[in-house]
Design a protein around this ligand. Structure first.
Ligand SMILES: [Zn+2]
Length: 146
């Protein structure tokens, strides 16, 4: 069965990057999410295809969580959101991943998880230049902590 994150891992291993690649962390990869309705929204996923966080050895769970927090800290430094949302779902794409979503002061949907905002609204496309700028900024802060 094909997996969107395994496809990205293959591409990263083959070329050293992928279209939305931000960084390789100790236990995961970080990419800029396609929809940028929430400026700086990123996705972090494990380096191999694992589906159940609770079935991983405890140390690996903690190490992954440490990566999640590093990514969130970098997003926070760059975009200065009011809050950060973390979502680890896996209902559709089973490969373990987190949505790391900055939420801003003027957010009209504060009480709602992002999924309740229609996808067509969330899928804000940004220019290639703006995308690369966001990727570079987040990458810079992620690499500072190394
Ligand atoms: Zn996978």
């Amino acid at each position: 069965m094909s997996c969107v994150f395994c496809d990205k891992i293959k591409e990263i291993k083959r070329t050293g990057s992928c279209n939305d690649f931000i960084a390789e962390l100790k236990n995961s990869y970080v990419i800029l999410a396609f929809g940028q309705y929430f400026k700086g929204y990123c996705i972090l996923f494990t380096k191999d295809h694992k589906e159940h966080l609770e079935k991983l050895p405890e140390k690996r769970q903690k190490d992954l969580y440490s990566d999640v927090i590093k990514a969130a800290a970098a997003i926070n430094k760059v975009f200065k959101p009011a809050r950060m949302n973390y979502e680890n779902l896996g209902n559709i794409t089973h490969h373990i991943h987190w949505h790391i979503i900055p939420r801003y002061k003027n957010d009209p949907n504060k009480k709602q998880p992002i999924w309740q905002i229609p996808e067509r609204k969330r899928n804000v496309k940004i220019s290639e230049k703006e995308k690369n700028k966001r990727i570079a900024l987040i990458n810079k802060y992620l690499n500072k902590g190394k």
